[in-house]
Design a protein around this ligand. Structure first.
Ligand SMILES: C[S@@+](CC[C@H](N)C(=O)[O-])C[C@H]1O[C@@H](n2cnc3c(N)ncnc32)[C@H](O)[C@@H]1O
Length: 265
C-alpha cells in the first residue's frame, strides 16, 4: 500500500491509540511506533485482538439496537480509523436515512474517515477533542448535519478510558446529557480493572507513552457515567454479554476487561 493515507502533520514517532487499535483489528494505517506498543500490549494481554473485535461487535449490536428503537442521528466520539462495520454502515442498514457525525482528534483517523465518507452526504467527520464537548455540540458542521432538538445517540466506545481522572470524564458525559432531547441514547464501553487489576495496570503503564492514556475504572465508576440515563437491559455488563447475537456463547466474559452499556434519556 502507498502512503497517500498519511497526513503531512502526522507524528509517526509517538504511538497513537487510534493506530494501535487499527493494528489490532488487522488494519494497515499504522507505523512502527504503533506496532511496537501493540506488541508490548500483546505480551501483557495475548487476547488483545479478540478484545478489540469483541468491542467492535458490541458497538455494532448497540447501534443496531438504538437504530431499531427509532433513533436516526448518531455522534460517534473517538470514532477511530474506519474499519469494517462502521457506525454509518450499521445504522444505515437499519434506516437508510440515518445520519452520523464522527468525531476524533487523530490526524489519520480523520483523514481516512474523510476519504471514505466523501460520497455519503449523511455522514461526516469532525476533528475535535472530546474533552471539550461544548465545542463539539456547538460546531456549525455538526449542527448542519443533526437536529439536537430530536433524539440522538452519543457513542463513547472505548474512549472514556482515554481521559484521565483529573480531566473529569464525568463532565463530558454530563454535557452531552444536558444538551440532548428525551429519547436520546448513550453507548459506552470502558476498560475495567474489576477482573484483572494487574493486567490493566500494566496496560496503563504501556499507554503512558501513547497519544492518550489508558485509565481503567471500577464498575461503580463506569456506572456513574450513566447518571441521569435509564440503563437498558441487560445493564452494564462485560461487552460480549450485551445482547449477544443468537447462538453466540461466551466463556469467561470477565476476561474481556471491558464493560459496555446503553442508556436512554
Ligand atoms: C480505541 S479507539 C476506539 C474507536 C471506536 N470508538 C471503537 O470503539 O471501535 C479510541 C479513539 O479515540 C480517539 N481519541 C482519543 N482521545 C481523544 C480525544 N481527546 N478527543 C477525540 N478523540 C480521541 C483516538 O484517536 C481513537 O481513534
Amino acid at each position: 500500500m502507498g502512503s497517500e493515507w498519511v497526513p503531512p502533520e502526522v507524528d509517526s514517532q509517538r504511538p497513537s491509540v487510534a493506530r494501535v487499535y487499527d493494528f489490532l483489528l488487522g488494519g494497515d494505517h499504522n507505523f512502527a511506533s504503533d506496532r511496537d506498543l501493540a506488541t508490548g500490549l500483546l505480551r501483557v494481554e495475548p487476547q488483545a485482538r479478540e478484545l478489540a473485535r469483541a468491542n467492535r461487535a458490541f458497538l455494532r449490536r448497540a447501534v443496531r439496537a438504538v437504530a431499531g428503537a427509532g433513533v436516526d442521528q448518531f455522534v460517534d466520539i473517538g470514532s477511530g480509523i474506519p474499519t469494517q462495520g462502521n457506525v454509518h454502515e450499521v445504522a444505515q442498514s437499519v434506516n437508510p436515512e440515518a445520519r452520523v457525525v464522527y468525531v476524533d482528534n487523530d490526524d489519520v483517523a480523520v483523514a481516512h474517515s474523510r476519504a471514505i465518507l466523501a460520497d455519503d452526504d449523511r455522514a461526516i467527520v469532525l476533528q475535535a477533542d472530546m474533552r471539550r464537548p461544548g465545542e463539539i455540540l456547538a460546531d456549525p458542521v455538526l449542527k448542519g448535519q443533526l437536529d439536537l432538538a430530536r433524539p440522538v445517540a452519543f457513542l463513547l466506545v472505548t474512549t472514556l478510558h482515554l481521559v484521565k481522572h483529573e480531566e473529569d470524564p464525568g463532565s463530558i458525559v454530563a454535557a452531552l446529557r444536558d444538551a440532548c432531547a428525551p429519547g436520546s441514547h448513550l453507548v459506552i464501553s470502558h476498560l475495567t480493572h474489576e477482573s484483572e487489576p494487574g493486567k490493566t495496570a500494566a496496560i496503563g503503564k504501556l499507554y503512558d507513552r501513547a497519544s492518550s492514556p489508558a485509565v481503567s475504572r471500577s464498575r461503580a465508576e463506569i456506572l456513574r457515567f450513566f447518571d441521569g440515563w435509564d440503563l437498558l437491559d441487560p445493564g452494564l455488563v462485560y461487552v460480549p454479554l450485551w445482547r449477544p447475537d443468537e447462538g453466540e456463547a461466551v466463556d469467561d466474559p470477565e476476561r474481556f476487561l471491558m464493560f459496555g452499556g446503553v442508556g436512554r434519556r
